[in-house]
Structures are given as structure tokens and as C-alpha cells.
Write a protein that binds this ligand. Structure first.
Ligand code: MRU
Length: 361
């Protein structure tokens, strides 16, 4: 496999220069430009504007961000240091509301802070650095495990449809929904992937086709409204998508348009799999109705990618939710790093977390 795609670093900590380094994903596929973010406001803006995006990558960025946010602290006792930490954490947590990895990573950093409170401030800072690097390392291990479980469900020459980008650009590396595809590519599975363009921000067109083509995967770009046609034509045998938050009952928030794909797959009898690191499963959220769905600037719908507005700017209302919820009843399986949860998810997700605890996490 052409591994160029894995040379891309979605998020890196440049500790020597106090920077989080990201690829500016708003410029892809036309330009690969790395940004060195040193100010908290720039890290926040990069998450908000989707320069770095995808639930796991947002979590990794937040982990590095909160570490850098307190690295320069002059506090010399725990209480003062913890107060500064709390302010940085609160600020970064406000960047985007739906992807639970943002809060998960920040909570992990806070747990590390609390576990080291008897140490000197310098030692706590070092513990936070190590924890932030571990969040990324854990994500990469997780994605490879999801890849193996996902691949175990697939036959060679399968047609796979995916929505948005749950790829290497959305994670530490390998992606979640793309991990089985990359592993299959390495092992000669010859998958045929259909990438939904994913309006309005075109993560499928700009990011998923970019990565898969770089890895030599057979990928076809379709508009979102073509998914039904490729399914009806018999070209798709499985759907693999990522997620931003899975509720305890299996309802899954992912990029807007995913729920329509889930319903289509159900209608055509095509298995619909959600690839979910346990960091994206929120057992404290009972159902999809409890998930806060991010509403974004309406200009993304009719203006952002066009030289001229594609709708009258007056007399028209706009609605731009960034995510939707796929009902658990349309989901065939939730693929985690600790195995594949099957319906009823209320039970099987608990078992996944039991396995995670048994593994010492
Ligand atoms: O708005 P985005 O681009 O951050 O949305 C990303 C998605 O919906 C992904 O599918 C999800 O975060 C999973 S990434 C492994």
C-alpha cells in the first residue's frame, strides 16, 4: 500500500516550541499546510472552524491544548495551578458541543492533575504532558483494534459506503471507519469504497477521497443524494461510519446525513456499522435525544464553498445542524476496540465497558 497518507500527522505536540501542530483541514485537498498553534484562542478557533476535526482528533488537540495552556503557569501551589487548569479546560470545552471525545480527553487530563496533586507543579506539568501523549497513543492502538474487528466482518471485493471523514485525518492515525479499509488494502481485499461528499462542509469529498486515493484504495465520490442509487444497484454490501457520541442505548450522533444513510441501509438490507472507540461512547447519555447537536453558521449551507450565494439571502430561513442521530434500531453493530456490540446495545455496550475494565483501563 502507498503509505503516504500515514506520513500526514493530523495532530502533533511540538513541546519544544509550545505548539500544537495540525494540518489545516479547511485547505485540503488543495493544500497541505501545517499550523503551529501556540495561543489558546488559536487552538479554540482551530477546533471551532474544523481546521482540526473528527471526534478523536478534537480530543487529542484538547489534551495537548490544556497541557500547553498551563505549561507556562507561574503558580507554585496546587490550588492556584488547579484553578488555572480549570479555566483553560472550561475554555477549550466550549469549542464544540457534540463530540464527547473533547470532554473525555479534558476529563482524562483533569484526572491526571488530581492524581498528581501531592507532587510539585513542575512534576504535575510533566505528568500532564505524558498523559496528553498517551491520549494520542491510545487512539492509534484503538483504531488498529477497531480495524481488525471491522475487517473480520468483511469479504474481499466488498463495496463499502462511508459518510463524512472518519479517517486518519479525524484521528491520531488510521481512522475508525477507514481502519478496516486500510488493513484490508494491505491484505489484498480490493474493497470498492463509495464516499458520500457530505454536505455542507464536504468532509467526504475533500478528506475521505483524498486519504483513500493516497493509500491506493478504489474510491468513488458520490453526492449525498446518490447513496440510494448505489445501494439499489447492488454496489454496496456494508456501510461503515464513525461517530461523535454514542448514547447508552446505542443511538449514535454522527455527521449530518448519517441517519439517512442508516435508514437507506436498513431498507436495502445492508449492514450498517458504527466504528466507535470507547472514548466516543457516553454511557452517561441515555438516548440520542439527550445529545446536544451543534448548530452552525447558516452560511455553510449556501455560501461558504461558492463564489456567489446559492440561495437568496433574504426571505429564506436556513437550518444547519452539524450532526444527526441514527436510531439504534438501524445499527447492525457498534465496533469498538474491545469487540463488536450487537443489539440490544443497552446490554452489549455495558459488556464492552466490562471488558475494558478487565483489561485495566
Ligand atoms: O464536524 P466534523 O468534521 O468534526 O464531524 C466528524 C464526524 O462526524 C466523524 O464521522 C466523527 O467525528 C468520527 S471521526 C473518527
Amino acid at each position: 500500500m502507498d503509505k503516504k497518507v500515514f506520513e500526514l500527522e493530523t495532530v502533533v505536540l511540538d513541546d519544544a516550541n509550545n505548539a500544537v501542530v495540525i494540518i489545516d483541514q479547511t485547505l485540503l485537498p488543495n493544500e497541505v499546510k501545517y499550523l503551529h498553534l501556540t495561543e489558546q484562542a488559536d487552538i479554540w478557533e482551530a477546533i471551532y472552524e474544523l481546521r482540526v476535526r473528527g471526534a478523536p482528533a478534537i480530543g487529542i488537540t484538547a489534551g495537548y491544548g490544556v497541557y500547553l495552556g498551563v505549561k507556562g503557569s507561574q503558580a507554585n501551589d496546587f490550588a492556584a495551578f488547579a484553578a488555572e487548569f480549570g479555566a483553560v479546560k472550561k475554555y477549550l470545552a466550549s469549542a464544540r458541543p457534540t463530540a464527547v471525545n473533547l470532554f473525555w480527553a479534558l476529563d482524562k487530563m483533569e484526572a491526571c492533575l488530581q492524581a498528581n496533586q501531592d507532587k510539585s507543579v513542575a512534576e504535575i506539568k510533566e505528568a500532564l504532558r505524558v498523559q496528553s501523549e498517551e491520549i494520542k497513543a491510545e487512539d492509534i492502538r484503538t483504531n488498529l483494534a477497531i480495524g481488525e474487528y471491522g475487517l473480520s466482518l468483511l469479504q474481499p471485493d466488498t463495496g463499502i459506503l462511508t459518510h463524512c471523514n472518519a479517517g486518519t485525518l479525524a484521528t491520531g492515525k488510521y481512522g475508525t471507519a477507514t481502519a478496516p479499509i486500510y488493513l484490508g488494502q494491505e491484505r489484498g481485499y480490493n474493497f470498492k469504497v463509495f464516499a458520500d461528499e457530505t454536505r455542507p462542509l464536504l468532509q467526504g469529498a475533500r478528506l475521505t477521497t483524498f486519504e483513500l486515493a493516497q493509500a491506493g484504495v478504489d474510491v468513488t465520490l458520490i453526492c449525498d443524494n446518490m447513496a440510494s442509487t448505489v445501494m439499489r444497484n447492488g454496489w454496496v454490501q456494508a456501510v461503515f461510519v464513525g461517530c461523535d457520541r454514542v448514547a447508552a442505548n446505542g443511538d449514535t450522533a454522527n455527521k449530518i446525513g448519517t441517519s439517512g444513510v442508516a435508514i437507506l441501509a436498513h431498507t436495502y438490507g445492508i449492514p450498517f456499522y458504527v466504528c466507535a472507540p470507547t472514548s466516543t461512547i457516553d454511557m452517561n447519555t441515555a438516548t440520542g435525544w439527550d445529545i446536544h447537536i451543534e448548530q452552525r453558521n447558516p452560511e455553510e449551507v449556501y455560501k461558504k464553498w461558492y463564489t456567489q450565494p446559492m440561495a437568496p439571502e433574504t426571505g429564506v430561513k436556513f437550518f444547519n445542524p452539524a450532526f444527526d442521530v441514527s436510531d439504534a434500531r438501524f445499527i447492525t453493530g457498534i465496533i469498538t476496540e474491545f469487540g463488536i456490540a450487537r443489539p440490544p446495545f443497552t446490554q452489549s455496550l455495558k459488556e464492552i465497558f466490562k471488558k475494558k475494565a478487565e483489561a485495566g483501563y
